[in-house]
Design a protein around this ligand. Sequence first.
Ligand code: PEP
Ligand code: MN
Length: 336
Amino acid sequence: MIIVLRKNADRGQVEHLKDWLKQQSVEIEAIKGSHSTVLGLVGDTSHVDIEMLEALDIVESVKRIQEPYKKANRKFHPNDTIVDVSGVKVGKGSFTLIAGPCSVESEEQICSIAQSVKASGAKILRGGAFKPRTSPYAFQGLRANGLELLSEAKAKTGMPIVTEIMDLSQLPLFENVDLIQVGARNMQNFELLKALGKINKPILLKRGLSATIQELLMSAEYIMAGGNENVILCERGIRTFETATRNTLDLSAIPVLKEKTHLPVIIDPSHATGIAAMVKPMSLAAVAAGADGLIIEVHNDPPHALCDGQQSITPQMFDELSKQVGTLYDTVKEMY
Ligand code: PEP
Ligand code: MN
């Protein structure tokens, strides 16, 4: 971090600032020019509050050189992290398919979809029980009952399950959940992230609708700072001016994240596009761009789905997609 001090900055205040910075365990290299003085901070500056520095009278500007995230940063952890989801390894060396309905609707629905997607190669079953819906009048999910039905599907198929938590108060119900999803709308629910940092379960963190990649990484850092380093990142489309698709899938987030972090990166082409026919092309594109997996909405009767039917593919479509993704992954995996 570089701090440019104002011309004629009060010496006493400058010394005070230096003492304060030393207390934060950073070393200071001062460069005195004829017009102004620059302080170069060396060491871990992730704890240094940049906005506080900028507010000081003696400071003209502050520039961060090092990223404000440490645990998620590849610089400090060059090897790829492989997250173990109850025996399913997510990360470099394998390609993980997560599939299932947007929402758990009934025992029959979740169990039959689970069996189909498992037979087609999915390794983790998805299904929403607590649903973040834009309208309070829309189906809100089967809540605790939905979690029980997911557990039944897990018992029948042996597949680990992933489902979304919307509030800290729901955590006691998530005992049998293998991978806890933090949805796009909660990516910056910092109290939730802090609490999930203290538990011993992997977290699937989805990128917020209007969140930058750095903000996504800072949210991962919240979880990791608490001690839980098992975080999988998910790009699920961001808000842009484009209306032809539900969101705009930011595929470049894959190589950017791969460079900046060691955490696994998966893609959600269902919420990214909002259109069932677009799921396959964007899935293939995600494989080609180096993703570690996909999370896909699959429904046995999309026109009658209680949530997100328009973007849900059928088990037959998933079966075909799974084969094509597998073929493409075998071709590109040595390239990354
Ligand atoms: C979901 O996966 O069901 C979901 C609601 O996703 P997102 O948070 O990405 O909108
Ligand atoms: Mn959905």
